[in-house]
Design a protein around this ligand. Structure first.
Ligand code: GUN
Ligand code: ZN
Length: 453
């Protein structure tokens, strides 16, 4: 299979390809033979039909690079992943969460303790996410400040849009350096230093999320102080909630005064529009109502939820209630960094709900999954004014995907212009190929990761 000779590395440039995107005002735009023009400032100048735009661009001496039959989509927004866990991706299927954490995750994160580890592993992690089509990543590090600092430096250099946070644990921690008397203050101080260094860096491309791991590894005081730190600094706040039945029982034991799991975070002042909670799959109606009322955002991680046999999110019920939901790979709880694979597993999980428990609400169509993995993720982060769709005035975070790799028969010609947009997306989800993302750009700057030849 032949690939284009050259991909643009830096703006300004224009690409001619099929262009498919959700729109901020609702609905989708699909240009079977389209053009997207990116200005020198890395913003999208124009998106439209080639017939109209090729002559206009010629008038300003800009000749589009012809990537047909590639499909250009907004870059994926992964709302939940763990950087140091990538080496163990795919290990431990079916273990319950707490056993899996003890056996496969805490010993791994424990090693991620200095800047050298981060310098070695973080660039490879960002290349891996970019190769999967992710251009915005909200991720957890390990508990150590030095490796988090190194991970931020690697993200700065790589070019991916990244919101990261040092994990905070003041009980049950794997931290080699813990002093129980000072762990709370130290974790808060180190998080604050990282916020000062990185939150909003490079014109807002990098950001900080204050990251108490989950209620089992944090005291009520840690949860409260971390939420106050996020509120004071304008950083995001992220943690896990209601993922696994054993976890939920343990949280009830540790927080006997709380009404339920969501209430533990509510009492800490942790709910709100700058909060992203991962999983949230076993919510009661009260908990769901409270998340909606406080405008709290959720990262849906279906591949993780099935890998660890945690459960299935009643997504249609949540969406009907008005919960804002984006998608997360949860690597390494989810074995694959690709949000296309996450969409695939999510779609199968929703189908299972229909057949097994008789869910009758409409499930997501392929283009709805595209929106969930892009614009809905950007909205969950509150940055949908800048990214999440391919519209003039937004920053040029985009990917170019080769749909020929998703065809059932590789030897048949693939005429991408003649395939309906929901069918293009359906194939990208249900026949996702590890090499189908051929290029990924943030602000028009090409990211290392996708195979280049
Ligand atoms: N809950 C607390 N820590 C973790 C983690 O690392 N992964 C997952 N999936 N759930 C968690
Ligand atoms: Zn997680």
């Amino acid at each position: 299979m032949s690939f284009p000779v050259r991909l643009p590395d830096r703006p300004p440039f224009a690409i001619r390809a099929r262009i498919l995107t959700p729109l901020a005002a609702g609905g989708f735009a699909d240009y079977p033979d389209g053009v997207i023009a990116v200005g020198a400032d890395g913003q999208i100048d124009a998106v439209g039909d080639a017939a109209a735009w090729v002559p206009r661009l010629a008038a300003v001496s800009l000749e589009p690079i012809d990537l047909r039959p590639f499909v250009v989509l907004p870059g994926m927004v992964d709302l939940h992943a763990h950087l140091p866990q990538l080496p163990n991706a795919g290990l431990g299927a079916g273990l319950d969460l707490l056993t899996w954490l003890d056996r496969y995750i805490f010993p791994l994160e424990r090693q991620f303790d200095d800047a050298e580890d981060a310098a070695r592993l973080a660039p490879a992690a960002f290349r891996t996410f970019a190769a999967a089509g992710t251009t915005t990543l909200l991720a957890y590090g390990a508990v150590y400040k030095a490796s988090m600092d190194g991970a931020f430096r690697a993200a700065e250099e790589h070019g991916i849009r990244a919101i990261l946070g040092k994990v905070m644990m003041d009980r049950g921690t794997y931290d080699k350096t813990i002093d129980p008397a000072t762990i709370l203050d130290r974790s808060l101080r180190e998080s604050e230093e990282l916020i000062a260094a990185w939150h909003g860096a490079d014109g807002g491309r990098l950001g900080y999320a204050v990251t108490p791991r989950f209620a089992i590894s944090c005291t009520a005081e840690m949860l409260r102080e971390s939420a106050a730190l996020a509120a004071r600094t304008g950083a995001w706040w992220q943690t896990h909630v209601s993922e696994d039945p054993g976890e939920i029982r343990e949280v009830a034991r540790l927080f006997p005064d709380a009404m339920d799991y969501v209430d533990v975070y509510d009492r800490a002042g942790g709910l709100g529009a700058r909060t992203i909670l991962a999983h949230a799959i076993h919510l009661s109606d009260r908990e769901l109502g409270r998340l909606v009322e406080t405008d709290t955002r959720v990262a849906h991680c279906p591949s993780s939820n099935l890998f660890l046999a945690s459960g299935i999110m009643p997504l249609a019920r949540y969406r009907e209630a008005g919960l804002r939901v984006g998608l997360g790979s949860d690597v390494a709880g989810g074995p694959d960094p690709s949000l296309f694979v996450v969409m695939q597993v999510g779609a199968y999980a929703q189908a299972a709900l229909r057949t097994v428990v008789g869910e009758t609400r409409a499930s997501l169509a392929p283009l709805d999954w595209l929106r969930a993995g892009t614009l809905d993720g950007a909205t969950a982060l509150g940055i949908d004014d800048r990214i999440g769709s391919l519209e003039a005035g937004k920053e040029a975070d985009l990917i170019a995907v080769d749909p020929r790799l998703t065809a059932a028969r590789r030897d048949l010609p693939y005429d991408s212009e003649r395939v309906a947009p929901d069918e293009v997306m359906s194939r990208l989800i249900f026949r996702a190929h590890p090499d189908m993302v051929r290029g990924a750009w943030v602000r028009g700057r090409r990211l290392e990761g996708p195979p280049s030849d």
